[in-house]
Design a protein around this ligand. Structure first.
Ligand code: NDP
Length: 452
């Protein structure tokens, strides 16, 4: 049987574009890709990239204040969203164009259209035309989830925040995960009065407990009104924005309410179940370690599979798929010890296990220190950084590294190399400190604060 293409990719985000490019440019496959919205996907258009640019914008509030304390004569007149927003739009346009160029240069045929599956080798585009392919890759990502309650249609999500014409004076952020904590800090820094509701006892569930407490304190001290065990029961629109009834019965007024209550895979309406592709409980496409679905010609990578929902992981999965299927080089994406960062202010960088995870499987030693870094201490700031190493007491291997500090996202990338190589605590100890830095603490902690 002959097909129109060797590979048809649905979704032009990080995972799909990488797979398409490698299959076409490096392995000579005839490839098509369909994207219904903007090329670049969540990361580029409404996620990591615009978020990080907002983190940069937001950080200046603190830098300017610190600069004044250090002796600079700086006047601050507040943040001008109307200046930042067009620049952000221009940058996203530039990146989207770069993604398109990449695909064009790799000879990938692009369809600016939604595509759904007709059968194991056929996709149908929005104009009704059909294309056949030997292999189909689903890389359709995910979208924000807002739970149902009276007034839930008034909620905005991280998709909307970058598109606001103006920033609200006050905002309620609901959720305690990555997006909620990051935007609480970003908007607080930009001068928005931020209240954050989290339904449980402590934000950042699933991360190291000591780190969760540390970040929660920092967020509160910075001026975010963080309410734990709090949730929204009802919302109504009024002339000032939204009136929110909390689950404790309190009624509060906010300019807007942003829900960061998780993301769900984009699998609805793709025709997957009709052709036998197995879908899990959270709506995710079920795949094996080769990213192959229950239909052998169909593969899936990235957030739509709900494995580790991070851009670099989706890229690895897309690349491994292309090498495996078109490059004759069977490759599994490695999901072990994936480092990451939560871009709170300061940032949290992590690799490996939390203390709680590690002690379930190992006898551990915990090395941890929290201290006021030189830069802030000089001007009387009492914000502390946190460095934490979890070490296997039997093998001396470093099982986890956790850093809460300015630049922790950058620092953890380097620490992650050592951890991935199997570094022991002795390896850390025999590395000479770089002085004076905050990161020198990574190699100078000598006595465990506890064992378990
Ligand atoms: P998360 O899963 O991280 O957090 C969702 C939050 O919403 C949790 O605090 C959860 O509470 C809460 N929640 C869920 N349902 C409800 C509900 N019905 N009522 C009240 N609260 C609720 O999702 P995010 O949306 O923050 O981020 C999605 C994913 O995107 C992340 O997991 C991550 O993989 C990725 N991401 C990565 C970033 C990075 O690398 N820096 C940045 C942003 C996103 P509970 O904990 O109690 O379940």
């Amino acid at each position: 049987m002959t097909f129109d293409f060797d590979l048809f990719v649905i979704g032009g985000g990080s995972g799909g574009v990488r797979a398409a490019r490698i299959a076409a440019a490096e392995h000579g496959a005839k490839v098509a890709l369909a994207e219904e919205f903007r090329m670049g996907g969540t990361c580029v258009i409404r996620g990591c990239v615009p978020k990080k640019l907002m983190v940069f914008a937001s950080n200046f509030a603190q830098s300017v204040e610190d600069g004044r304390e250090y002796g600079w004569d700086i006047r601050q007149n507040g943040f001008d969203w109307s200046k930042f927003r067009p620049r952000l739009d221009t940058e996203l346009d530039r990146l989207e164009a770069a993604y398109r160029r990449t695909l064009h240069n790799a000879n990938v045929t692009v369809f600016d259209s939604r595509a759904v599956l007709d059968d194991a080798h056929t996709v149908r585009l929005a104009d009704g035309s059909v294309k056949t392919a030997k292999h189909i890759l689903i890389a359709t990502g995910g979208h924000p989830f807002v739970f149902d309650f009276p007034g839930s249609e008034l909620a905005i999500t991280s998709n909307d925040i970058f598109l606001l014409d103006e920033l609200p004076k006050s905002i309620l952020i609901v959720g305690g995960g990555y997006i909620a904590c990051e935007f609480a800090c970003i908007l607080n820094g930009l001068g928005v009065q931020v209240t954050q509701y989290y339904r449980g006892d402590q934000i950042l569930r699933g991360f190291d407990d000591e780190v969760r407490g540390h970040i929660s304190d920092l967020i509160s001290k910075q001026g975010v009104d963080l309410r734990l065990n709090a949730d929204v029961a009802e919302m109504q629109r009024n002339e000032h924005g939204v009136s929110v009834t909390a689950t404790d019965g309190g009624i509060h007024q906010f300019g807007a309410a942003m829900f960061a209550t998780g993301r769900i895979p984009n699998t609805l309406g793709l025709g997957l179940e009709d052709i036998g592709v197995k879908i899990g409980k959270r709506g995710e496409i079920q795949v094996d370690e080769w990213s192959q679905t229950s239909v052998p010609s169909i593969f899936a990578v990235g957030d739509v599979t709900d494995r580790i929902n991070l851009t670099p992981v989706a890229i690895r999965e897309g690349h491994a798929f292309a090498d495996t299927v078109f490059g004759g080089n069977p490759t599994r994406a490695d999901h072990d010890q994936v480092p990451g960062a939560v871009f709170t202010q300061p940032e949290y960088g992590y690799v490996g296990m939390s203390e709680e995870e590690a002690q379930k499987e190992h006898r551990i030693e915990v090395y941890a220190t929290a201290f006021r870094p030189m830069r802030g201490a000089f001007i009387g700031r009492d914000e502390k950084v946190l460095f934490k190493l979890i070490v296997d007491a039997d093998t001396d291997r470093v099982l986890g590294v956790h850093i809460v500090a300015d630049g922790a996202g950058e620092l953890i990338q380097l620490a992650a190399i050592a951890v991935k190589m199997g570094a022991t605590k002795k390896d850390f100890d025999r590395t000479v400190a770089v002085h004076p830095t905050i990161a020198e603490e990574l190699v100078t902690m000598r006595t465990p604060v506890r064992t378990a």
